[in-house]
Ligand binder design. Sequence first.
Ligand SMILES: Cc1ncc(COP(=O)(O)O)c(C=O)c1O
Length: 433
Amino acid sequence: MNLNERDRARVWHPYTQMLTQPPLLPIVRGEGVYLYTEDGRRILDGISSWWVNIHGHSHPKLNAALAAQAQEIEHVIFAGCTHRPAVELAERLVEVMPPGLNRVFYSDNGSTAVEAAIKMAVQYWRNRGEPQHSGLITLHHAYHGDTVGAMSASEDSVFTRAFTPLLFPVERAYAPYCYRCPLGLKRETCGIDCLGDLERCLEEHGERTAAVLIEPMLQGAGGMIVWPAEFLGGVRRLCDRYGVLLIADEVLTGFGRTGRMFACEHAQVTPDILCLSKALTAGYLPLGVTAATDAIYEAFLSTDRGQTFFHGHSYTANPLACAVAIASLDLFRENHVLARVARLEQQMRAGLEPLRSLPRVGDVRVIGGVGVVELAGDSGYLADIGTRLGAAFLERNLLLRPLGNIVYFMPPYAITDAETQWALAQIGDVLDS
Ligand SMILES: Cc1ncc(COP(=O)(O)O)c(C=O)c1O
């Protein structure tokens, strides 16, 4: 039996209707931006393997860091023990994260980074003797992960609907989705009026709210929605005015994806709590970080053990993952990675903006290393066009997974100019046809 036949007999894949799924890509090797299949195809990874890869696949320096760490200690319980990779990574992160985020709490993926953030925010208020601050305000089109808390915070969608009875209620405010403006306005002439909905929410529910949770600058799975930076600055000001915490979920946007090391930098915002994962380990291993300010951390210091943050996972702060994350931060410096992302952004703009003239194209959005083409008409993850387009790109050896009518290109930053040009040409040709 080949790999697909053996897979079919035993494996259950994520987000996959196993009854109708066509044969899977049997990947045997990766190098740079390319994935190699069992049957000899070379496919360009245009979605960074679910938005995690940044320096390219099987990078020699990251491979070496992983191998070296495996010789020292592969894993150890992180309650009652510590280790060099976890401490050094925390020190390095504090150097690069928005100023004021001085504490690093580890977990093991993006959803758990968000779960920890929600629980941290709620317990912060409880420890301070204000337990009425227990609710969440999130935004429409949000996606924060697939665990129950993260799903509750996410937009009601095909991802969450089957689980509605399990979810806790949250308040939802408008997102600045300019192409489909909730107020019917135009970005060129509006005054970021959609922020008024968050203000209304805070006015009504602020006293009962622990935190506002956002994906700054780029809402990912909910539609690759690029924000005006003024909205982000406005969210911080409103949180301060109404005395609630701000949680920034930078699981997708962290580590350069929007052109800055962290998306919060687009409006010089420091959140009270910051969630990181995905590119944290350059796509090598699962690791989550929930970073907090001193004020949050200090609210948990007490002789009353009931004020402890009772949250953890078996693989919290895995040394192998931490070692790769440190090596990835080294690569940022050595290879001037943010300058590379700026160049990628220019190329994306030049390649995608002309597609606006195609009849089915509704909007083009570019931020950092992410280029988005939204098709007009039917929207939503299940829009059939997404699957058809994905198959057409794959025929040309370009791996993209459109979110329904939203096509996006998010390659590892290690992609060369020529490879970018090639991929953008494929996107143009497929959309044109
Ligand atoms: C903004 C955001 N938050 C959280 C998550 C969940 O991360 P994970 O898939 O590692 O659980 C994702 C995943 O796509 C995400 O984009």
